[in-house]
Design a protein around this ligand. Structure first.
Ligand code: N01
Length: 548
């Protein structure tokens, strides 16, 4: 069904360019849904994806142990009821292979695969002011133009490999977890080193430890992790979800995290209960098998430092009970940041791994890494000989996937320059001076702090309505202004200031990348509040939008 006027066909493409109405960059869960949804408008659509298959995050992060930290029944598409009913999730927290299979199934089931050009990286985006079109170049020499661009490029896509002295000299094998070889890696008989103990490190470490001859973990910051208690999806649980999917999806939309059971707000403070009651509540949550439900136990864990410290100490007690060597246990106890202000990790036997004889923990906060050597890695405390080095060192998060595409907006403005002091935009969608370029999960949106499939669906639906509105009125471009970017930036900042998030040197703040401006990049006010705000601006006569 087309509810709009078709776009004119002579709309300013350059000679030799293929002409589209919408280009979608990225074939993760957001990009795939964008391609599916926008079909309803009868537009010429084109998708580009760097990988040779769909799945985005779940295509790239194929390191052993990779697993989603939201329950599978929740972390799945909601746009098609038949899909919800026919899909069978084997495990409560899906491992990467299951998510990749699901992405491929969806791509085929809904004919999305045909819309995507795989193994193609968008390397250049230039907006032409005169024609209001984007000109897009790829690493394979494609030249296309489009009225609209949807950047579904992912919050955690641009790999971060620290610039260690001597990195190129290492004689062994080395890998970054987010660019893991499809054929897998054999750790058998190897002395392996892993740098990084974020969510990725915490997942990969237990698996490598079981297979390698020896594992050395280089930890700069100890992280809080809670047990996922992953298990097969049992039939009663599955039946309940399948019978009540519509109700549960509606409930998800009204939560901060877009995830029913996880994000429901509680009115209970840490200080409302006795020490014994609190211990019992935390113990129940720890055992609850619902992962992040733990941090939802009390309303003030993310906002009150004293409340946070009480709960943090509960987790430290668990670490000390689990890890047999008291010195190692102490090193694993996070003390540099409040609980949950760096991404809380969900693990499968992480702390227990340090009870193995073949695992050594090295504190590279006390003795920093000085160089990579041909034989391994050197810290200020000495050299460690390794056959294999794994970088679990994260991403140039939130902005890297955008700036790495060489984006030039109206009047020759480069996105990299515009964002030199940190990313600015309106509602997480639109950057002033870069008309018709829409981001999904952009900086300033709830992105990584809400269930990302549901929030992607919501953002795409919202964009669909905006594009429909533009087409129906014959508008060729939409932009915003710096004033509205500032207003939104203040809202994002205020939401973060109401919490403890800024007390951690996290990638949410760009703190993991040397020289990156320290700006809080995630809207932490909750998915529910975010969607309400986006709806309000439309109801208020498209506040902050400049159509032309
Ligand atoms: O990356 P990270 P990640 N020297 O940036 C260390 C999502 N995710 O890939 O903390 C020494 O969190 C760094 O140390 P420090 C999730 O949102 C989800 O683990 O900066 N160490 C840190 O320990 C997550 O938050 C899932 O001091 C260095 C580590 O490398 C996000 O992805 C699974 C260093 C990087 O941790 C990113 O997680 C996996 C240096 N120079 C990921 N540079 C699930 O769904 C960096 N480090 C479960």
């Amino acid at each position: 069904m087309s509810v709009t006027q078709p776009l004119p066909r002579d709309s300013g493409s350059e000679p030799g360019e293929a002409e589209y109405d919408v280009v979608v960059i990225g074939a993760g869960f957001s990009g795939m849904y964008a391609l599916y949804k926008l079909r309803g408008l009868g537009l010429r659509l084109k998708g580009f994806e760097a990988g040779d298959g769909p799945g985005g995050t779940w295509y790239w992060n194929r390191y052993p142990g990779a697993r989603v930290d939201i329950e599978s029944m929740i972390y799945s598409y909601s746009f098609d009821e038949a899909l919800e009913q026919e899909w069978k999730w084997p495990e409560h927290f899906s491992p990467q292979p299951d998510l990749e299979v699901y992405a491929n199934y969806v791509a085929d089931r809904f004919g999305i695969r045909d819309q995507i050009q795989f193994e193609t990286t968008v390397s250049r985006l230039r907006f032409d002011d005169a024609t209001s079109r984007w000109h897009i170049g790829t690493d394979r020499g494609d030249e296309v133009s489009a009225r609209f661009v949807i950047a579904a490029t992912g919050s955690l896509n641009a790999t971060n490999i620290p610039d260690f002295k001597g990195a190129g000299t290492f004689q062994g094998q080395w890998y970054h977890t987010s660019k893991w070889p499809k054929d897998g890696v054999d750790f058998g008989g190897k002395r392996v080193g892993i740098i990084g103990t974020g969510s990725t490190g915490i997942q990969v470490i237990p698996v490598v430890a079981k297979e390698a001859a020896h594992l050395t973990v280089f930890q700069r910051t100890a992280n809080f992790s809670i047990p996922s208690r992953n298990r097969p999806v049992d039939s009663d649980y599955e039946r309940d979800w399948k019978q009540n999917y519509r109700k549960y999806r509606e409930m998800m939309k009204s939560t901060a995290s877009a995830a029913v059971l996880l994000g429901q707000r509680t009115d209970r403070s840490v200080f409302d209960v006795s020490d014994e009651e609190r211990e019992e509540i935390l113990e129940r949550a720890w055992e609850s098998r619902s992962g992040f439900k733990f941090t939802g136990s009390f309303k003030d864990i993310r906002t009150n430092p004293e409340a946070n410290e009480i709960v943090a100490e509960f987790v430290r007690r668990k670490i000390r009970q689990t890890v047999k060597d008291p010195e190692v246990a102490e090193l694993l106890c996070p003390k540099t940041h409040p609980l949950g202000t760096k991404r809380l990790c969900l693990d499968s036997g992480y702390y227990e791994t340090y009870n193995r004889d073949n695992v050594k923990l090295v504190d590279v906060r006390a003795s920093p890494i000085t160089e990579i050597t041909p034989a391994g890695l050197r810290t200020t405390a000495g050299e460690y000989e390794l056959d294999m080095l794994i970088y679990a060192t994260g991403f140039d998060a939130m902005t890297g996937s955008m700036t790495r595409m060489n984006v030039t907006g109206a009047g020759g403005l480069r996105l990299e320059d515009k964002w030199a002091n940190g990313p600015t935009n309106y509602l997480g969608f639109l950057v002033a001076g870069f008309p018709n370029l829409f981001m999904i999960h952009g900086p300033g949106s709830p992105s990584v702090l809400a269930q990302m499939i549901m929030s992607a669906e919501w953002q795409v639906d919202w964009l669909y309505d905006r594009i429909t509105y533009m087409l129906a009125r014959g508008f060729e471009r939409v932009d915003t202004t710096e004033q509205w970017e500032e207003n939104w930036g203040r809202e994002v900042e205020a939401a973060a200031d109401a919490t403890l998030y800024k007390k951690a040197d996290s990638w949410y703040l760009g703190a993991n990348i040397p020289g990156k401006p320290r700006v809080f990049m995630v809207y932490v006010g909750g998915f529910d509040n975010y969607t309400r705000r986006c709806t309000e601006v439309v109801q208020n006569g498209y506040e902050g939008f400049a159509f032309g």
